[in-house]
Structure formats: C-alpha cells, structure tokens
Design a protein around this ligand. Structure first.
Ligand code: RIB
Length: 293
C-alpha cells in the first residue's frame, strides 16, 4: 500500500500581532518570520515524521526549490511534484497574543493542476493505495472521481471549507478528517455529536474524525465511536496543529493500530505542534510523540 498526498505547498509569511487586524485598521506587527507550510506539505511531513512512506503531489512555481529540499530532508518523495511558471502558493498569517491565527491564501501554483497532470500522478498508484486530499488545490472533484475509479482509499480533509467542495462526490470518500467548523458546514448542524450522527447517516461507509480544538477529538464509524481529550500545553502557534493530527491519524490508521491509540498519538503530536512556532518546523517526530507524557 502506497500513500499519495495530492495537496498544496505554501510559503507561510507569519506576522505576530497584538490582535488580528480589523477592517479599516492599520497595525504594526511585533515580529515576522517565514516558514514552509500549506496543508498538503504539512500533512505529508506529519505522515513522514510518523514513519509513513509518502509521495507528495502538486505544483510549485519557479521559486519552489525550498519545498523540494524540505521534503527531501524529511523523506517525502518529490518525484511527482511538478514545477510550473509563476509563483508557488503562499499564506499571510497573523498570530495574536493568544496564539489565535487568521490566514489569507494565495493559491499560485497550487491552483494550476491539470487533468493531464492528475491522470499522470494517479497512474503511479493502484487499488488499495491511499490518497490524502485537502481543499487547497483545484480539480478536487476530478481527482476524487479518478482516484475512486482506480479503487484508491480516499481520505479527505475538507479544509478550508468553501462552496467548491459541493462539487465533490463525498460518497467516494472513505475517511473524513475535519474540525467542528468544517463538520458543521458539511452536516448542517453544529453540536459535535449531531455532526457525527448526521455525517454517519450521510456517509455510512466512511470513518469520521472530528477535531474539536481544546475540547478534544471524536472518531466514529459503523462499528465504534471514541473520544480523545487534548493534552494541555501552552499554545504558541496553532498553525498546522490540525495538519499534524491528520498526518498522525492517517499514519496510525493505515498501520492498523486500534483507534483509541491512534487518537491518543495524534492528540499528543498535535499538542506538541501547538507548543512550537511555524507550520512544517512545528511537526514532531514520532519518537518525540511516543516519549511525551
Ligand atoms: O493548516 C495550516 C496551513 O494552512 C498553513 O501552513 C498555511 O499555509 C495554510 O495553508
């Protein structure tokens, strides 16, 4: 079984601020840093650091060499990444004094996927292989249809949620990983258990991982439901905490670990990521996760 993550790669321009800037307001930032990120990149690094052999797919611009270098450093395969004219994706991130963030995306190369490219990439995978997706690249409905035709196991993190996701045939998804905001948008209800119940009804064959921020996480499928509380830490930067959870969850899940253990490992990994600055640099190695209390 091989794992493909067909997703975004962003340069994160991170501004530390007193408070998130309001409409019409001008505010000076306290500090500024750049990190590699993007939901696709973050989740591939989390998978690799958790011990999974993973192929990153997607597109970078002419400025994208740092993504290839970082993937190489963490053991993520880069041979399926394409370089196109123009800029890579980037994200403008503000982090306030309570470690809350807000993110403005520029899609760049992430939005330049073509059907020919998708076909070429999926051609390297077969029935039973795993495809991980987020919503920061174009052509998601096409990718899901083609991967389903090939018999791949599709895991979807529908993040960031937007109206374009409505064109995706979510019945083809085997595993959803989403937070309570995205869950409410998919299910049309807001209470966490109601989201789980509704999504179980909508997608009876899928597993559902619902993360609830400081209130923990829930996993449910046709045969089981489990709750995992968070491991409390002093939050420095929550960017990529969800991506770390997703990568670690998929790692444990594909290894066949019991779900309660998968949830525990993912929550620990995510709490470590929250205690560190940046996206990719905040993601812990599995040995750090296992060593953490
Ligand atoms: O999930 C965090 C990521 O969202 C950041 O790294 C940023 O690039 C945006 O894609």
């Amino acid at each position: 079984m091989k794992v493909l993550n067909l997703g975004s790669m962003n340069l994160d321009l991170v501004y530390t601020v007193d408070h998130i800037v309001q409409p019409g307001e001008t505010e000076s930032s306290v500090s500024m840093s750049t990190f590699l990120g993007g939901k696709g990149m973050n989740q591939s690094v989390a998978l690799a650091k958790a011990g999974v052999e993973v192929w990153q797919g997607g597109m970078i611009g002419e400025d994208g060499q740092p993504f290839l270098d970082a993937c190489g450093e963490f053991g993520v395969h880069v041979d399926l990444i394409a370089t196109v004219e123009g800029k890579s994706g980037h994200a403008l991130i503000q982090i306030d004094k309570n470690a809350q963030n807000c993110i403005l995306l520029y899609g760049g190369a992430n939005q330049k996927l073509t059907e020919t490219y998708v076909d070429e990439v999926l051609g390297h995978f077969e029935k039973g292989d795993v495809l991980l997706l987020q919503n920061e690249v174009n052509l998601l409905p096409y990718i899901v249809d083609k991967a389903f035709e090939r018999g791949m196991f599709i895991a979807l993190n529908p993040s960031p949620f937007d109206q374009k996701l409505k064109a995706v045939d979510m019945k083809k998804v085997s595993l959803f990983l989403l937070n309570e905001v995205e869950g409410a948008q998919v299910a049309g209800v807001t209470d966490p258990q109601a989201i789980i119940d509704k999504m179980r009804e909508m997608f009876p064959h899928a597993g559902i991982v619902l993360t609830l921020g400081k209130d923990g996480a829930i996993y449910a499928d046709a045969t089981q439901q489990h709750f995992q509380p968070v491991f409390p830490v002093k939050a420095v930067d929550t960017t990529a905490a969800g991506d770390t959870f997703t990568g670690y969850f998929l790692a444990g899940y594909t290894e066949g670990m019991p779900i309660p253990e998968v949830l525990r490992m993912s929550a620990k990994a995510s709490s470590i990521a929250v205690s560190r600055a940046g996206a990719v640099p905040s993601i812990p190695w599995r040995k750090e996760v296992l060593a953490a209390e």
